[in-house]
Design a protein around this ligand. Sequence first.
Ligand code: NDP
Length: 254
Amino acid sequence: MTTTLTGTIALITGASSGIGAATARRLAEHGASVALVARRGDRLESLAAEIEQAGGTALAVEADITDRDQAEAAVQQVVDRFGRLDTLVNNAGVMLLGPVVGADPAEWDRMIAVNVRGLLHTTHAALPHLLKAADDSPRQVADIVNISSIAGRVAWGGYGVYNLTKFGVNGFTESLRQEVTRRHLRVGVIEPGGVATELASHNAPEIQEQMTTPFYEQTEVLAPEDIADGVAYMITRPRHASVAEMWIMPTDQA
Ligand code: NDP
């Protein structure tokens, strides 16, 4: 048995591309009103228009979640518009690879700022609203889904600080789950393997050549929709069932 998302409100960070955009489309298909958060406002506006044309409800919210004030304002804008918040999908992320030795620490700062601090900012701002929805909405349950990575389960050379951020996301997710699950706020993590998105394209050309392009050329990777399906599965469970962790891999990736 699954529950419908009709009447619920979902905020998805990193909704301007890849997994976040696919998740917004999928949750809207399930009936959720979706708030699309990222920095590229033009992308958000065109996705919102596409979702609305298909009969859904979408709100584009341009924000840089590394800035706590902007993250808080984004959550507030969603609650002001829709009256409450049922689902937070912490998806925004960056992956900048390469050896630790001789690395540019500015790349580390960027990953920590988005993957860790950004996730904390939106989570902190959303928690009171999610707990309220878990308490007094018709479904009496609310959800946080954090998009981690296989890199939150396994460490590899060249993934050092990305590993650090995603292992951190896994640990934080489980700690928060234990804190709030009895209040019917479900908190779960999804750990994708390789997905065809823009993620690797932010790396220097030589890193792409050595570390990411060969993998993507040789592997039948996941589509963003495969992860969107995972998010939809998690949040459409009946109230008594919480999916705490979901590891989704390309069949081709060992
Ligand atoms: P994309 O690069 O397509 O998407 C990343 C999203 O994050 C974009 O929408 C981007 O929007 C947003 N983002 C980046 N910085 C900020 C910021 N400061 N404030 C707000 N939004 C921001 O990659 P994916 O879809 O692949 O990535 C989504 C998540 O999935 C990430 O957390 C990633 O680590 C994870 N993941 C991806 C895998 C893959 O193989 N692709 C595998 C495992 C996990 P904008 O630039 O407009 O701000």
